[in-house]
Design a protein around this ligand. Structure first.
Ligand code: DLL
Length: 433
Protein backbone atom coordinates (compact mmCIF):
# COMPACT_ATOMS: atom_id res chain seq x y z
CA UNK A 1 0.00 0.00 0.00
CA UNK A 2 1.47 3.32 -1.05
CA UNK A 3 2.11 6.07 1.47
CA UNK A 4 2.66 9.58 0.11
CA UNK A 5 4.96 10.93 2.81
CA UNK A 6 6.35 8.04 4.80
CA UNK A 7 8.71 10.32 6.72
CA UNK A 8 5.88 12.16 8.44
CA UNK A 9 2.95 9.77 8.13
CA UNK A 10 4.86 6.93 9.78
CA UNK A 11 7.02 8.99 12.14
CA UNK A 12 7.87 7.66 15.56
CA UNK A 13 5.48 9.37 17.97
CA UNK A 14 8.19 10.81 20.22
CA UNK A 15 9.81 12.48 17.23
CA UNK A 16 6.41 13.66 16.08
CA UNK A 17 5.85 15.34 19.43
CA UNK A 18 9.14 17.18 19.04
CA UNK A 19 8.11 18.42 15.61
CA UNK A 20 4.69 19.44 16.91
CA UNK A 21 6.26 21.32 19.83
CA UNK A 22 8.60 23.30 17.56
CA UNK A 23 5.80 24.11 15.15
CA UNK A 24 3.45 25.15 17.94
CA UNK A 25 6.07 27.54 19.31
CA UNK A 26 6.49 29.12 15.87
CA UNK A 27 2.72 29.41 15.45
CA UNK A 28 2.19 30.99 18.85
CA UNK A 29 4.89 33.51 18.09
CA UNK A 30 3.33 34.25 14.71
CA UNK A 31 -0.12 34.92 16.13
CA UNK A 32 1.16 36.83 19.15
CA UNK A 33 3.06 39.32 17.04
CA UNK A 34 0.73 39.50 14.04
CA UNK A 35 -2.83 39.06 15.25
CA UNK A 36 -3.95 41.63 17.86
CA UNK A 37 -6.91 39.43 18.80
CA UNK A 38 -4.62 36.57 19.86
CA UNK A 39 -2.14 38.88 21.55
CA UNK A 40 -4.92 40.32 23.73
CA UNK A 41 -6.34 36.92 24.52
CA UNK A 42 -2.94 35.58 25.51
CA UNK A 43 -2.17 38.64 27.58
CA UNK A 44 -5.49 38.28 29.36
CA UNK A 45 -4.52 34.73 30.24
CA UNK A 46 -1.13 35.92 31.46
CA UNK A 47 0.71 34.18 28.60
CA UNK A 48 3.62 35.22 26.41
CA UNK A 49 5.19 33.23 23.53
CA UNK A 50 7.87 32.07 26.02
CA UNK A 51 5.17 30.32 28.06
CA UNK A 52 4.96 27.61 25.39
CA UNK A 53 7.78 25.07 25.38
CA UNK A 54 6.41 21.70 24.36
CA UNK A 55 3.27 20.50 22.62
CA UNK A 56 1.80 19.63 26.03
CA UNK A 57 1.73 23.35 26.89
CA UNK A 58 -1.05 23.72 24.34
CA UNK A 59 -3.66 23.32 27.08
CA UNK A 60 -2.62 26.70 28.50
CA UNK A 61 -3.81 28.44 25.35
CA UNK A 62 -7.31 29.90 24.89
CA UNK A 63 -9.86 28.39 22.48
CA UNK A 64 -11.03 29.94 19.21
CA UNK A 65 -14.61 29.59 17.91
CA UNK A 66 -16.61 30.44 14.80
CA UNK A 67 -17.95 33.45 16.71
CA UNK A 68 -14.40 34.82 17.01
CA UNK A 69 -14.05 34.50 13.23
CA UNK A 70 -17.35 36.31 12.77
CA UNK A 71 -16.38 39.10 15.17
CA UNK A 72 -13.19 39.63 13.20
CA UNK A 73 -14.89 39.38 9.78
CA UNK A 74 -13.57 39.29 7.13
CA UNK A 75 -9.77 39.30 7.55
CA UNK A 76 -9.18 40.25 11.19
CA UNK A 77 -7.54 36.96 12.24
CA UNK A 78 -5.17 36.79 9.26
CA UNK A 79 -1.55 36.72 10.37
CA UNK A 80 0.02 38.06 7.16
CA UNK A 81 -0.55 41.21 5.08
CA UNK A 82 -3.17 40.75 2.34
CA UNK A 83 -0.40 40.98 -0.27
CA UNK A 84 0.73 37.53 0.93
CA UNK A 85 -2.74 35.99 0.54
CA UNK A 86 -3.20 34.20 -2.77
CA UNK A 87 -6.61 32.57 -2.20
CA UNK A 88 -9.79 33.15 -0.24
CA UNK A 89 -12.52 30.61 0.50
CA UNK A 90 -15.65 30.92 2.61
CA UNK A 91 -18.24 28.76 4.33
CA UNK A 92 -21.41 29.52 6.26
CA UNK A 93 -21.16 31.50 9.45
CA UNK A 94 -23.49 31.37 12.43
CA UNK A 95 -25.51 34.32 11.12
CA UNK A 96 -25.60 36.24 7.85
CA UNK A 97 -21.85 36.63 7.51
CA UNK A 98 -19.74 33.88 5.99
CA UNK A 99 -16.61 32.49 7.63
CA UNK A 100 -13.70 33.66 5.49
CA UNK A 101 -10.39 31.84 5.23
CA UNK A 102 -7.19 32.97 3.50
CA UNK A 103 -4.18 31.03 2.20
CA UNK A 104 -0.61 32.07 1.45
CA UNK A 105 1.31 30.33 -1.31
CA UNK A 106 2.86 28.03 1.32
CA UNK A 107 -0.60 27.24 2.72
CA UNK A 108 -1.76 26.15 -0.74
CA UNK A 109 1.30 23.94 -0.93
CA UNK A 110 0.55 22.43 2.52
CA UNK A 111 -3.02 21.84 1.41
CA UNK A 112 -1.86 20.05 -1.77
CA UNK A 113 0.49 17.94 0.37
CA UNK A 114 -2.22 16.78 2.79
CA UNK A 115 -4.61 16.14 -0.09
CA UNK A 116 -1.92 14.11 -1.84
CA UNK A 117 -1.75 11.99 1.33
CA UNK A 118 -5.53 11.67 1.34
CA UNK A 119 -5.75 10.52 -2.27
CA UNK A 120 -2.78 8.17 -1.94
CA UNK A 121 -4.32 6.55 1.13
CA UNK A 122 -7.44 5.94 -0.96
CA UNK A 123 -5.28 4.03 -3.42
CA UNK A 124 -4.93 6.75 -6.06
CA UNK A 125 -1.79 7.44 -8.09
CA UNK A 126 -0.61 9.05 -11.34
CA UNK A 127 -2.45 6.49 -13.43
CA UNK A 128 -5.85 7.42 -12.04
CA UNK A 129 -8.61 9.60 -13.43
CA UNK A 130 -10.16 11.57 -10.60
CA UNK A 131 -13.61 12.99 -11.26
CA UNK A 132 -14.15 15.89 -8.89
CA UNK A 133 -17.86 16.34 -8.36
CA UNK A 134 -17.47 18.48 -5.25
CA UNK A 135 -18.45 22.08 -5.90
CA UNK A 136 -15.75 24.45 -7.15
CA UNK A 137 -15.89 28.02 -5.89
CA UNK A 138 -15.88 29.42 -2.39
CA UNK A 139 -16.45 25.90 -1.03
CA UNK A 140 -13.11 24.19 -0.36
CA UNK A 141 -14.15 20.75 -1.69
CA UNK A 142 -13.54 21.20 -5.44
CA UNK A 143 -10.23 23.07 -5.41
CA UNK A 144 -8.88 21.11 -2.44
CA UNK A 145 -9.26 17.79 -4.24
CA UNK A 146 -8.08 19.39 -7.47
CA UNK A 147 -4.67 20.48 -6.22
CA UNK A 148 -4.12 17.17 -4.42
CA UNK A 149 -5.02 15.24 -7.57
CA UNK A 150 -2.57 17.24 -9.67
CA UNK A 151 0.14 16.86 -7.03
CA UNK A 152 0.03 13.06 -7.24
CA UNK A 153 0.07 13.35 -11.02
CA UNK A 154 -3.39 11.89 -11.62
CA UNK A 155 -5.60 13.10 -14.48
CA UNK A 156 -8.01 15.47 -12.82
CA UNK A 157 -11.52 15.97 -14.23
CA UNK A 158 -12.83 19.22 -12.69
CA UNK A 159 -16.52 18.70 -13.48
CA UNK A 160 -17.77 20.28 -10.20
CA UNK A 161 -21.12 19.35 -8.62
CA UNK A 162 -24.47 18.68 -10.28
CA UNK A 163 -25.41 17.95 -13.88
CA UNK A 164 -25.81 14.25 -13.34
CA UNK A 165 -26.08 13.20 -16.99
CA UNK A 166 -22.77 14.89 -17.74
CA UNK A 167 -21.21 13.19 -14.70
CA UNK A 168 -22.24 9.82 -16.09
CA UNK A 169 -21.04 10.60 -19.59
CA UNK A 170 -17.59 11.70 -18.40
CA UNK A 171 -17.32 8.79 -15.99
CA UNK A 172 -18.02 6.42 -18.84
CA UNK A 173 -16.12 8.06 -21.71
CA UNK A 174 -13.03 9.23 -19.78
CA UNK A 175 -12.77 6.05 -17.71
CA UNK A 176 -12.97 7.68 -14.28
CA UNK A 177 -11.34 5.51 -11.63
CA UNK A 178 -11.79 7.69 -8.53
CA UNK A 179 -14.95 9.59 -7.72
CA UNK A 180 -14.83 12.57 -5.36
CA UNK A 181 -18.15 13.94 -4.07
CA UNK A 182 -20.42 13.95 -1.04
CA UNK A 183 -21.61 10.47 0.01
CA UNK A 184 -25.23 11.39 -0.66
CA UNK A 185 -24.38 12.47 -4.20
CA UNK A 186 -22.46 9.21 -4.67
CA UNK A 187 -25.64 7.29 -3.84
CA UNK A 188 -27.64 9.50 -6.14
CA UNK A 189 -25.16 8.83 -8.95
CA UNK A 190 -25.33 5.10 -8.24
CA UNK A 191 -29.08 5.16 -8.84
CA UNK A 192 -28.64 7.31 -11.92
CA UNK A 193 -26.14 4.84 -13.37
CA UNK A 194 -28.62 2.08 -12.77
CA UNK A 195 -31.39 3.92 -14.55
CA UNK A 196 -29.19 5.05 -17.45
CA UNK A 197 -28.63 1.51 -18.68
CA UNK A 198 -24.84 1.88 -18.43
CA UNK A 199 -23.43 -1.47 -17.38
CA UNK A 200 -21.04 -1.54 -14.43
CA UNK A 201 -18.45 -3.38 -16.55
CA UNK A 202 -18.29 -0.37 -18.84
CA UNK A 203 -17.07 1.78 -15.95
CA UNK A 204 -13.56 1.75 -14.49
CA UNK A 205 -14.48 3.13 -11.06
CA UNK A 206 -12.50 1.59 -8.20
CA UNK A 207 -12.77 3.98 -5.26
CA UNK A 208 -14.47 7.11 -4.01
CA UNK A 209 -13.36 9.81 -1.58
CA UNK A 210 -16.45 10.96 0.20
CA UNK A 211 -16.95 13.57 2.89
CA UNK A 212 -18.16 17.10 3.71
CA UNK A 213 -21.16 15.63 5.51
CA UNK A 214 -21.80 12.84 8.02
CA UNK A 215 -22.52 9.34 6.72
CA UNK A 216 -22.94 6.04 8.50
CA UNK A 217 -21.40 2.62 8.02
CA UNK A 218 -24.72 1.52 6.52
CA UNK A 219 -24.50 4.21 3.94
CA UNK A 220 -20.94 3.17 3.20
CA UNK A 221 -22.05 -0.42 2.61
CA UNK A 222 -24.80 0.74 0.31
CA UNK A 223 -22.44 2.89 -1.77
CA UNK A 224 -19.84 0.12 -1.94
CA UNK A 225 -22.40 -2.44 -3.05
CA UNK A 226 -24.17 -0.26 -5.55
CA UNK A 227 -21.06 1.25 -7.16
CA UNK A 228 -18.80 -1.77 -6.52
CA UNK A 229 -16.01 0.47 -5.22
CA UNK A 230 -14.12 1.12 -2.01
CA UNK A 231 -15.74 4.09 -0.25
CA UNK A 232 -13.19 6.14 1.69
CA UNK A 233 -14.19 8.72 4.30
CA UNK A 234 -12.39 12.06 4.12
CA UNK A 235 -12.82 14.84 6.66
CA UNK A 236 -11.96 18.49 6.87
CA UNK A 237 -13.25 21.97 7.50
CA UNK A 238 -12.58 25.30 5.82
CA UNK A 239 -11.27 26.98 8.94
CA UNK A 240 -8.52 24.39 9.39
CA UNK A 241 -7.65 24.08 5.65
CA UNK A 242 -10.58 22.38 3.86
CA UNK A 243 -10.55 18.66 2.97
CA UNK A 244 -7.22 17.03 3.85
CA UNK A 245 -7.41 17.27 7.64
CA UNK A 246 -8.00 13.52 8.08
CA UNK A 247 -8.73 10.55 5.84
CA UNK A 248 -9.12 6.80 5.92
CA UNK A 249 -6.76 4.29 4.41
CA UNK A 250 -7.84 1.07 2.70
CA UNK A 251 -8.38 -0.60 6.09
CA UNK A 252 -11.16 1.88 6.89
CA UNK A 253 -10.40 1.80 10.61
CA UNK A 254 -10.55 5.48 11.47
CA UNK A 255 -9.35 8.62 9.73
CA UNK A 256 -5.63 9.44 9.89
CA UNK A 257 -5.17 13.03 11.02
CA UNK A 258 -2.32 14.96 9.37
CA UNK A 259 -1.02 15.69 12.84
CA UNK A 260 2.22 17.30 11.71
CA UNK A 261 0.03 20.16 10.41
CA UNK A 262 -3.15 20.02 12.50
CA UNK A 263 -2.86 19.12 16.16
CA UNK A 264 -6.03 17.42 17.45
CA UNK A 265 -7.52 17.38 20.96
CA UNK A 266 -10.80 16.04 22.30
CA UNK A 267 -12.53 18.20 24.90
CA UNK A 268 -15.68 18.07 26.93
CA UNK A 269 -17.81 20.79 25.26
CA UNK A 270 -19.26 21.80 28.64
CA UNK A 271 -16.21 21.92 30.94
CA UNK A 272 -13.69 22.52 28.10
CA UNK A 273 -11.33 20.03 29.74
CA UNK A 274 -9.22 17.75 27.57
CA UNK A 275 -10.56 14.20 27.75
CA UNK A 276 -8.48 11.03 28.00
CA UNK A 277 -7.70 8.97 24.90
CA UNK A 278 -10.72 7.11 23.60
CA UNK A 279 -13.39 9.38 25.09
CA UNK A 280 -16.02 10.88 22.82
CA UNK A 281 -16.02 14.66 22.85
CA UNK A 282 -15.60 17.76 20.73
CA UNK A 283 -12.74 17.79 18.27
CA UNK A 284 -10.40 20.79 18.55
CA UNK A 285 -7.60 21.66 16.12
CA UNK A 286 -4.56 23.88 16.30
CA UNK A 287 -2.96 24.56 12.93
CA UNK A 288 0.79 24.37 13.49
CA UNK A 289 2.10 25.24 10.02
CA UNK A 290 -0.47 27.61 8.56
CA UNK A 291 0.57 31.17 7.72
CA UNK A 292 -2.51 32.98 6.41
CA UNK A 293 -5.03 32.05 9.05
CA UNK A 294 -3.40 30.13 11.89
CA UNK A 295 -5.97 28.99 14.43
CA UNK A 296 -5.28 28.15 18.05
CA UNK A 297 -7.44 25.44 19.61
CA UNK A 298 -10.28 25.89 17.16
CA UNK A 299 -13.50 24.25 18.34
CA UNK A 300 -14.91 22.31 15.38
CA UNK A 301 -18.17 21.32 17.16
CA UNK A 302 -17.75 17.87 15.61
CA UNK A 303 -18.08 14.97 18.03
CA UNK A 304 -15.73 12.01 17.75
CA UNK A 305 -12.89 10.18 19.54
CA UNK A 306 -9.18 9.65 18.89
CA UNK A 307 -6.87 6.68 19.08
CA UNK A 308 -3.06 6.80 18.94
CA UNK A 309 -2.53 3.14 18.14
CA UNK A 310 -0.49 2.46 15.04
CA UNK A 311 -2.67 1.46 12.09
CA UNK A 312 -2.21 -1.79 10.18
CA UNK A 313 -1.17 0.32 7.19
CA UNK A 314 1.91 1.52 9.08
CA UNK A 315 0.82 5.10 9.62
CA UNK A 316 1.41 6.34 13.17
CA UNK A 317 -0.69 9.47 13.14
CA UNK A 318 -3.71 9.75 15.44
CA UNK A 319 -6.91 8.33 13.99
CA UNK A 320 -10.34 9.84 14.53
CA UNK A 321 -13.49 7.82 14.46
CA UNK A 322 -16.08 8.48 11.77
CA UNK A 323 -17.68 11.68 12.78
CA UNK A 324 -21.43 11.51 13.18
CA UNK A 325 -22.69 14.26 15.41
CA UNK A 326 -22.18 17.93 16.19
CA UNK A 327 -22.46 19.80 19.44
CA UNK A 328 -24.22 22.74 17.78
CA UNK A 329 -27.22 23.10 15.49
CA UNK A 330 -25.38 23.30 12.17
CA UNK A 331 -27.08 21.31 9.42
CA UNK A 332 -25.32 20.03 6.33
CA UNK A 333 -27.59 20.07 3.29
CA UNK A 334 -26.14 18.63 0.09
CA UNK A 335 -22.70 19.36 1.54
CA UNK A 336 -23.58 23.01 2.25
CA UNK A 337 -23.41 24.12 5.87
CA UNK A 338 -26.50 25.81 7.20
CA UNK A 339 -27.30 27.34 10.56
CA UNK A 340 -30.98 27.88 11.46
CA UNK A 341 -29.91 31.37 12.56
CA UNK A 342 -29.12 32.25 8.93
CA UNK A 343 -32.75 31.52 8.06
CA UNK A 344 -33.96 33.45 11.06
CA UNK A 345 -31.97 36.52 10.02
CA UNK A 346 -33.75 36.52 6.64
CA UNK A 347 -37.17 36.07 8.26
CA UNK A 348 -36.61 38.98 10.62
CA UNK A 349 -35.90 41.25 7.67
CA UNK A 350 -39.33 40.70 6.09
CA UNK A 351 -42.29 42.48 7.59
CA UNK A 352 -44.83 40.19 5.91
CA UNK A 353 -43.88 37.18 7.99
CA UNK A 354 -43.43 36.25 11.61
CA UNK A 355 -40.26 34.63 12.88
CA UNK A 356 -42.22 31.51 13.80
CA UNK A 357 -40.92 28.75 11.65
CA UNK A 358 -40.04 25.11 11.30
CA UNK A 359 -37.35 23.61 9.11
CA UNK A 360 -38.02 20.15 7.76
CA UNK A 361 -35.08 18.26 6.35
CA UNK A 362 -35.56 15.04 4.47
CA UNK A 363 -33.82 12.89 1.93
CA UNK A 364 -35.65 12.01 -1.27
CA UNK A 365 -33.87 9.80 -3.84
CA UNK A 366 -30.69 10.22 -1.81
CA UNK A 367 -30.72 13.99 -2.12
CA UNK A 368 -31.39 16.30 0.79
CA UNK A 369 -34.52 18.43 0.67
CA UNK A 370 -35.34 21.41 2.79
CA UNK A 371 -38.74 22.85 3.53
CA UNK A 372 -39.38 25.96 5.56
CA UNK A 373 -42.81 26.41 7.11
CA UNK A 374 -43.35 29.95 8.25
CA UNK A 375 -46.25 31.98 9.56
CA UNK A 376 -47.56 34.98 7.65
CA UNK A 377 -48.47 38.20 9.52
CA UNK A 378 -52.22 38.42 10.16
CA UNK A 379 -52.81 41.46 7.93
CA UNK A 380 -51.05 39.87 4.97
CA UNK A 381 -52.75 36.54 5.43
CA UNK A 382 -56.03 38.16 4.42
CA UNK A 383 -54.48 39.11 1.07
CA UNK A 384 -55.21 37.60 -2.28
CA UNK A 385 -53.49 34.38 -3.22
CA UNK A 386 -51.38 36.18 -5.80
CA UNK A 387 -49.99 38.43 -3.07
CA UNK A 388 -49.19 35.48 -0.86
CA UNK A 389 -47.43 33.92 -3.79
CA UNK A 390 -45.27 36.96 -4.24
CA UNK A 391 -44.36 36.96 -0.53
CA UNK A 392 -43.37 33.36 -0.91
CA UNK A 393 -41.28 34.01 -4.01
CA UNK A 394 -39.53 36.95 -2.37
CA UNK A 395 -38.74 34.90 0.71
CA UNK A 396 -37.43 32.04 -1.40
CA UNK A 397 -35.14 34.44 -3.27
CA UNK A 398 -33.87 36.07 -0.10
CA UNK A 399 -33.17 32.68 1.43
CA UNK A 400 -31.34 31.51 -1.62
CA UNK A 401 -29.07 34.52 -1.71
CA UNK A 402 -28.36 34.26 2.03
CA UNK A 403 -27.70 30.53 2.18
CA UNK A 404 -26.90 29.41 -1.36
CA UNK A 405 -29.58 26.76 -1.04
CA UNK A 406 -32.91 26.32 -2.79
CA UNK A 407 -35.43 26.11 0.05
CA UNK A 408 -39.08 25.22 -0.50
CA UNK A 409 -41.21 27.70 1.42
CA UNK A 410 -44.67 26.90 2.75
CA UNK A 411 -46.60 29.82 4.19
CA UNK A 412 -48.92 28.86 7.01
CA UNK A 413 -51.67 30.64 8.94
CA UNK A 414 -50.71 32.79 11.90
CA UNK A 415 -50.47 30.86 15.19
CA UNK A 416 -50.36 27.41 13.62
CA UNK A 417 -46.75 26.58 14.39
CA UNK A 418 -46.52 25.03 17.79
CA UNK A 419 -45.08 27.37 20.44
CA UNK A 420 -42.85 25.64 22.89
CA UNK A 421 -42.11 26.60 26.43
CA UNK A 422 -38.56 25.49 26.60
CA UNK A 423 -36.03 25.21 23.82
CA UNK A 424 -38.07 25.21 20.66
CA UNK A 425 -37.66 22.39 18.25
CA UNK A 426 -37.31 24.31 15.04
CA UNK A 427 -35.56 21.65 13.02
CA UNK A 428 -37.08 18.32 12.15
CA UNK A 429 -34.45 16.17 10.50
CA UNK A 430 -36.04 13.08 8.99
CA UNK A 431 -32.89 11.90 7.23
CA UNK A 432 -31.56 8.51 8.17
CA UNK A 433 -27.88 8.62 7.47
O1 DLL B 1 -16.84 20.27 4.13
C1 DLL B 1 -14.47 20.38 3.69
C2 DLL B 1 -14.56 19.10 2.96
C3 DLL B 1 -14.76 19.09 1.59
C4 DLL B 1 -14.38 17.89 3.63
C5 DLL B 1 -14.79 17.91 0.89
C6 DLL B 1 -14.40 16.69 2.95
C7 DLL B 1 -14.60 16.69 1.59
P1 DLL B 1 -16.85 22.95 5.47
O2 DLL B 1 -17.79 23.31 4.39
O3 DLL B 1 -16.19 24.05 6.21
O4 DLL B 1 -15.67 22.09 4.91
O5 DLL B 1 -17.63 22.01 6.49
C8 DLL B 1 -16.96 21.43 7.58
O6 DLL B 1 -18.42 19.50 7.53
O7 DLL B 1 -17.03 20.58 10.61
C9 DLL B 1 -18.11 18.59 9.67
O8 DLL B 1 -19.21 18.94 10.47
C10 DLL B 1 -18.57 18.29 8.27
N1 DLL B 1 -17.77 17.24 7.64
C11 DLL B 1 -16.76 17.37 6.76
N2 DLL B 1 -16.29 16.15 6.40
C12 DLL B 1 -17.00 15.23 7.10
C13 DLL B 1 -16.98 13.81 7.19
C14 DLL B 1 -15.79 20.88 4.25
N3 DLL B 1 -16.15 13.05 6.46
C15 DLL B 1 -17.89 20.53 8.37
N4 DLL B 1 -17.86 13.23 8.05
C16 DLL B 1 -17.18 19.78 9.47
C17 DLL B 1 -18.71 13.97 8.79
C18 DLL B 1 -17.93 15.93 7.90
N5 DLL B 1 -18.78 15.29 8.74
Amino acid sequence: MEIWNRHFECMNRDNLKQVQGERLRETVERVYFNVPYYRHKMQEAGLAPESIHTIDDITKLPFTTKIDLRDNYPFGLFAVPMSEIVRLHASSGTTGKPTVVGYTRNDISTWSEVMARTLTSAGANRNDFIQIAYGYGLFTGGLGLHYGGEKIGASVIPVSGGNTSRQLQLMHDFGTTILACTPSYALFLAEAINESGIKREELKLKAGVFGAEPWTENMRREIEQKLKIKAIDIYGLSEVIGPGVASECMYQEGLHVSEDHFYPEIIDPETLQVLPEGSIGELVFTTITKEGLPLIRYRTRDLTRLTYEKCRCGRTMARMEKCLGRSDDMLIIRGVNLFPSQIETVLLEMKEIKPHYRIIVDRVNNLDTLELQVEVEEEFFQDKISQLQSIRAKLQDNLESATGLGIRVTLVEPKTIERSEGKSQRVIDKRKY
